[in-house]
Design a protein around this ligand. Sequence first.
Ligand SMILES: NC(=O)c1ccc[n+]([C@@H]2O[C@H](COP(=O)([O-])OP(=O)(O)OC[C@H]3O[C@@H](n4cnc5c(N)ncnc54)[C@H](OP(=O)(O)O)[C@@H]3O)[C@@H](O)[C@H]2O)c1
Length: 295
Amino acid sequence: MILVTGATGVSGSLVIREFARQHAPVRALVRNSAKARAFEEFPTVEVVEGNMLEPSTLGVALEGVDRVLMISSAAERMLETQCTFIDAARKAGVRHIVKLSGKESSIGFNAQHFRTGRQHEGIEQYLERSGLAWTHLRPCQFMQFYFPGAPAMNLTANTLAFPMENARLSPVDIEDIAKMVFALLHSEGHEGKSYEITGPEALTMAEIAERISEMTDRTVTYVNILLEEYRRAVLAAGASPERANGFVELWSERRRCGESRVDLGTHEIFGVHPTTFAEFARRNAAAFRGESMPS
Ligand SMILES: NC(=O)c1ccc[n+]([C@@H]2O[C@H](COP(=O)([O-])OP(=O)(O)OC[C@H]3O[C@@H](n4cnc5c(N)ncnc54)[C@H](OP(=O)(O)O)[C@@H]3O)[C@@H](O)[C@H]2O)c1
């Protein structure tokens, strides 16, 4: 059995949908099954409740599991959450954990300058020492980050406001990642490997705004803001001061680096077409226009 944790989240839910599309069995770990109602229509998806921070709640979820895709929120306790889960998985007899990690596409980016980067590195090292087989998937920024609702993404005012000046990023569509995860978890030979994943283009924020404009029939403009203005927007969107600090560290480092690399090696290994931002925006035009929820 394959277990996917973080199954109600942005990336986990798209991975579960890929398994359902392929009519393949999968177990989805959720904290609250009320948040997983959308999975009820998928006959091959089994939903099990459990908390990664509380090993005593994971017995049913881990029973008979051979491989896990491990995801949890990029929150203050991510390191503790995933390391606790790794220990529980080892004790339950899991053989292989695939960690959804992260790696920035910015050239010269230092993960130690960014809270989530430091946490991902710590978890990767803990998993490598755990005695379990491991694989790290290291995607850069998700295209889904630009959906309406992201802090500083104000489609009502038709603005995309970030502290990025002309720096570039190479965002990747999570649907590409979901296809890679599916292929990886249904083949052998990936143990002890790290796969970096970017999208197919290095784009400035102004170019991303242009692509969203083309799909939404309105002019979305990139507005360059100060890091402190971005911090205030993230706090106003409900983030804790620690989370807001983490975002400020991340955008500050991205801006410092300026340039971004494109690396489609992992798409090629798993035979996945690299979705461009224009294709992503076209597929999600209704969500960008505010006519439907992002799926
Ligand atoms: N955003 C990006 O651009 C980006 C890029 C590269 C990598 N990443 C990494 O990708 C990972 C996932 O991101 P995401 O945006 O998909 O996250 P997300 O939407 O916040 O989803 C996180 C999921 O983890 C679950 N979770 C959190 N704590 C848990 C616990 N103690 N026990 C069980 N489940 C728990 C959440 O469950 P609930 O529904 O119960 O809260 C939710 O389903 C993060 O580690 C992030 O750093 C993100």
